[in-house]
Design a protein around this ligand. Structure first.
Ligand SMILES: [Zn+2]
Length: 463
């Protein structure tokens, strides 16, 4: 059997593996490369991937860096099944449609410029229609059950604790009378985090492909992060100011709502209006509510008893642009959550322009901010910033809160690997930049005596 790594080798985006036996060809994840223009030029389906027919695609979870090349695969004539958990299918529909819309808007804007310059127009990477074709190929696999996906290949999805529907994939491959178990970690969530269940304990594997996004460090503890968040909110509430939270629509928005509910329930903070100003986050939140079977015990209990709804009685959803604009004239204290998470686009920009210059405003940065993004400038303490070409003074109190993460830190990655390590599997570390990959590999050797492999993009491993 051979496994080729078609992405997420030395970086965290573009996840894609091809598993080939004599009788089957199966793809695990088909993700988009994200980041710089140079990286995004890699968003193609390699000819060697489709040189012979594929039997199936299996997804670990819905994030774009694990699903974003599916429309390209369909454009290159793939018509077979795409297997994923029900939660992943629902969230992937939302994420891929959103990505298609953004790409259409971006290419329209660029084409206007190109036309003025007398140059040829460009096409978006994919359209909403292609995403519809992807959705029609999706097939549900239930958690914790074996599903046959190709000749000699069975898969089982187990909880990964990363976002709704996320899974690690256990693959059993029969070839020449021998059976081998390959584990693909997918993205792993932290243990003991709210809302989702913990990553499942996997006890046996011959080969493990393991993510290493935070292979070199642990996050600040959630308890400390919540304390900082509460203090920041109290600061703005006292001054009747607005608390602005730039947020990712899937996962982070729901986690923040959950913590606000807890603050109100325990009396740590008196309730104030919360505005969820993002149609995508509103849609994602209702998917979380719909899939209560994927929540941990505490979240299920709070949801079923109606407690969560009661705690969040001051929550207002803002669907339309008019509702969003109306927030300009709303008096504080109130909290506004809006996209985009890195403040590089979206409704949050209007709120920042409107309130950053006020010393009663608080800004909570709750997610990763890439270099050069407005969010990063704010966390780094910029005294003035440009928004829509206008200079805005930063008098608001801005805090970066590092402990909200959908990814396991180093200790949790090692904890996940521990039950499998005893079986002495072949370990392949992917989905991380080279520094975290090497740090994690060093720790794994030190703790479990396993030597890890660190493949490059395009490497073909014989198993
Ligand atoms: Zn992910």
């Amino acid at each position: 059997m051979e496994i080729t790594v078609y992405g997420a080798a030395g970086e965290v985006t573009g996840s894609c593996y091809l598993v080939e036996t004599k009788s089957a060809r199966v793809v695990v994840d088909c993700g988009m490369f994200q980041g710089s223009e140079k990286v995004e030029r890699m968003n193609k389906i390699p000819a060697s991937l489709t040189s012979r027919p594929l039997d199936a695609v299996i997804l670990t979870h819905a994030h774009l860096d694990h699903t974003g090349r599916l429309p390209l695969l369909v454009q290159s004539r793939y018509r077979g099944p795409i297997y994923a958990t029900k939660g992943t299918i629902d969230i992937a529909g939302l994420i891929l449609q959103d990505a298609a819309k953004i790409q259409e808007q971006d290419s329209q804007r660029l084409n206007r410029k190109l036309r003025r310059a007398g140059r040829n127009r460009i096409e978006p990477l994919f359209t909403p229609e292609t995403v519809d074709r992807v959705s029609k190929l999706m097939r549900v696999i239930d958690y914790d059950q074996w599903h046959s996906v190709a000749d000699g290949i069975k898969v089982k999805a187990v909880e990964a604790g990363h976002i709704l529907g996320s899974a690690s994939i256990i693959m059993a491959v029969e070839e020449n009378g021998t059976s081998r178990t390959i584990v693909f970690s997918g993205d792993l969530g932290p243990f003991d985090a709210p809302i989702l269940r913990d990553p499942a304990c996997i006890e046996n594997a011959d080969v493990v492909f393991m993510e290493s996004t935070y292979g070199d460090r642990d996050h600040l503890s959630l308890a400390e992060t919540l304390k900082e968040f509460q203090e920041l909110i109290a600061f703005a509430v006292e001054r009747k100011g607005k608390i602005l939270v730039p947020t990712f629509a899937v996962g982070r928005a729901q986690q923040i709502l959950y913590h606000l509910a807890e603050f109100f329930r325990k009396g740590d903070l008196a309730p104030f209006p919360i505005y969820l100003d993002s149609p995508m986050a509103i849609a994602a939140t209702s998917l979380y509510v719909k899939h209560e079977e994927l929540m941990d015990e505490e979240a299920t209990e709070l949801q079923n008893s109606g407690q969560l709804k009661h705690d969040l009685s001051t929550l207002v959803n803002c669907e339309s642009a008019d509702e969003s604009r109306a927030l300009n004239s709303v008096e504080g204290p109130c909290l506004i959550m809006a996209g985009a998470g890195m403040c590089n686009a979206g409704r949050i920009l209007h709120h920042l322009r409107h309130s950053l210059w006020l010393d009663s405003t608080a800004v909570a940065i709750v997610g990763y901010q890439s270099k050069g993004s407005l969010g990063r400038l704010l966390v780094d303490g910029a005294v003035k910033v440009k928004i829509f070409g206008e200079t805005v003074m930063v008098r608001a109190r801005v805090r970066g809160l590092g402990g909200f993460s959908a990814h396991a830190g180093q200790s949790d990655l090692l904890r996940w690997l521990k039950p499998m390590a005893a079986a002495n599997p072949r370990l392949i570390i992917t989905h991380g930049e080279d520094h975290p990959r090497h740090e994690l590999s060093y720790k794994v050797k030190q703790l479990y005596g396993l030597s890890a492999e660190i493949p490059k993009m395009g490497d073909r491993l014989t198993i």
